[in-house]
Write a protein that binds this ligand. Sequence first.
Ligand code: SF4
Length: 429
Amino acid sequence: MKEDFLHYIWQHQYFDKADLRTVEGKPVQVLRVGVYNTDAGPDFKEALLKVGEVEWSGSVEIHLRASDWRRHQHQLDFKYNQVLLHVVWEADAQVYRTDGSLIPTVELKNRVNPALLHTYEQLRRAPFAIPCAGFWPLVPDITKTMMLGRALTERLEQKGGEVLQVYRQLGTDWEATAYQLLCRGFGFKINQEPFERLARALPVQVVRKHQTNQFQLEALLFGQAGFLAEPVDDYSTSLAREHAYLSKKYQLQEQAMQRHHWNFLRMRPANFPTVRLAQLAALLVSQRSLFSTIMHTKDAKAYEAVWQAPVSAYWQKHYTFGAESKAVQVQLGKSSAQNLTVNVAVPLLAAYARHTQELTYLDKAVELLEKLKEASNRVTRQYEELGWKAASAADNQAALGLYQRYCQPVNCLRCAIGNKIMKQNTPTA
Ligand code: SF4
């Protein structure tokens, strides 16, 4: 058993409260269980209890064994002086506050329905990627829908929070934030790290100065990415010359990357980083204010058109420098464009909603996800095997959120589906 089970038992009061007494023999009445505390300090704050004849308001601390109090050194910690009640599975010691006063203790070992503990252990020890797989068909659809909705909201909150961190690191500049996210997005899975590095090697302030000139932007992007060190044809020679001039002008030489930072292995030519850089240059030229575009583009289809800006003439015949091809597929594909909507536009909208408290941006993010179809992935397939089906990118994102935050760390007691399972399998819970 882990302490989270006792937290759950206390929070829902799933124990026999008849003639509840401290181990010292005083009667205890729980008038308010308190608020679960995820920060430092006691586990539940603002509880209201009647111990003996006196009503107290304060905290509750929970441990598997009473002796854990000393093991965690709470007897020396002033934060634990407001603890009114020590709730333990096994009362194997008496515990004291820093001033030496005794803390009343309640033992739960003989007050919890064994069926509840059994179900918890079944979830905790399940040999499945989704620990509740064996119970899944018995859980009502409405519970699953509700939990997935919660997981999606939490995921958007988390994504928005991550973007806000970038926004602060970049000196509260939304345009710079959008540029950084877009670069990372263009790396997709395989080249995400080098694209992030490129965003640092080529600051948005420099990009802004050359946003009307696709040739100069290509020179800056390919040059800073390290693809112009050894030009192989007329076009790359011209770009290299332009890059030499611009990188000197903006003192960018030291940040320049090298070709070996980029991954070409096991990749279709249409996904080569050289093609992605040409597509990124085209997009940056077509959108003077990237952030404003992302905030105000109308719908999923319009976002697709934004990402799919036409590449320059050279890249309509090349996947990489020096090798001309006849049938080149250079346009950003539909699924890649949708990927950018999910991983660039949606987090940025969620961040801006959080920053401005304007919920319309969050609604827009959710609407976009609901309109998009997204291919299943390793995680969502695990739920599909249980009979669940994603109808949109919103469902996929919800499943990813559920998996990462709840199923993978076996956080079933904080999950509505897990709660339903616990209740359904414990007649008196
Ligand atoms: S966290 Fe919820 S959905 Fe995931 S395995 Fe546990 S009970 Fe099931």
